[in-house]
Ligand binder design. Sequence first.
Ligand code: NAP
Length: 263
Amino acid sequence: MEKDDQTPRTPLGALSRVLVVGSSRGIGLEFVKQLLAKECLVVATYRGESPGEEMQKLKAKYGEKLELLQLDVKDEKSVASAAEALKARFKGNPELTHIVHNAGIYGPSGSFDGKPRSGRSAAPAVTKQSMMDVFEVNTVGPLLVAQSFVPLLKKPKSPQDYPILAILTSKVGSVDDNGSGGAYAYRASKSACNIVAKSLFNDLRDEAAVFLLHPGYVRTDMTNGQGLINADESVSGMLRAIEATDGSTPFRWVDYKACLIPW
Ligand SMILES: NC(=O)c1ccc[n+]([C@@H]2O[C@H](COP(=O)([O-])OP(=O)(O)OC[C@H]3O[C@@H](n4cnc5c(N)ncnc54)[C@H](OP(=O)(O)O)[C@@H]3O)[C@@H](O)[C@H]2O)c1
């Protein structure tokens, strides 16, 4: 598989201000931990009424280096008011250097017609509602977040200084890689997420660097603990890809091992 050029271009550190969308658990929570360990200021979002225990423990440990923000990517008002709340906390513009859009759902693994096909066992047929539910989070969510939070990115002085918008998609959304069918809602939502990201890349080419990440097959709640790697290995690999990105890098889709994913 073709490899990404991962020359370090934009090292993360004490001057970085990173928004991690969807950070209550799994890969998102691990992003928060590793970014804090690199001394970044981190804005971590949670979806529920209040931050979970893990986030509260991190807040107690890191204090002002960690801001917690309530945000549900399914809800336009929640996304817009989270951006307003962040602006208010920073008395104007937080001048974010990075947005890592991690929030996502798998949804029910609906089949074509409920029968076993292509080596997969029988599962209830996918419904319009389940397709729409997964689209709302995985496809529309990243666009709503970009609309509300791109104005809160720092203004770059040169392409080497561009803020970065990294969106987590999945290789399951690759058309080339789909050899087994099924997973209609998740596959389609992540493919559509990719084209949303490409339009963002084009529209923001004078102000931000946009690219796509695939975390690998990671042991989290989403995979019921199945997978090939743990979140720490996935996230440290994806952070290398983020640090290899600036305003001069092309639009690309890269995994935690620096492999470029076919579209
Ligand atoms: N694990 C893998 O093997 C794998 C492979 C390819 C791609 N991915 C992608 O990587 C990302 C993270 O996956 P994961 O394995 O860490 O999943 P996970 O353990 O299920 O965690 C998902 C995260 O997304 C948040 N989220 C879900 N719906 C949201 C909403 N409406 N608004 C805001 N946040 C929301 C969850 O918050 P709550 O706790 O509030 O639900 C949680 O923090 C996803 O985009 C996923 O599609 C994962």
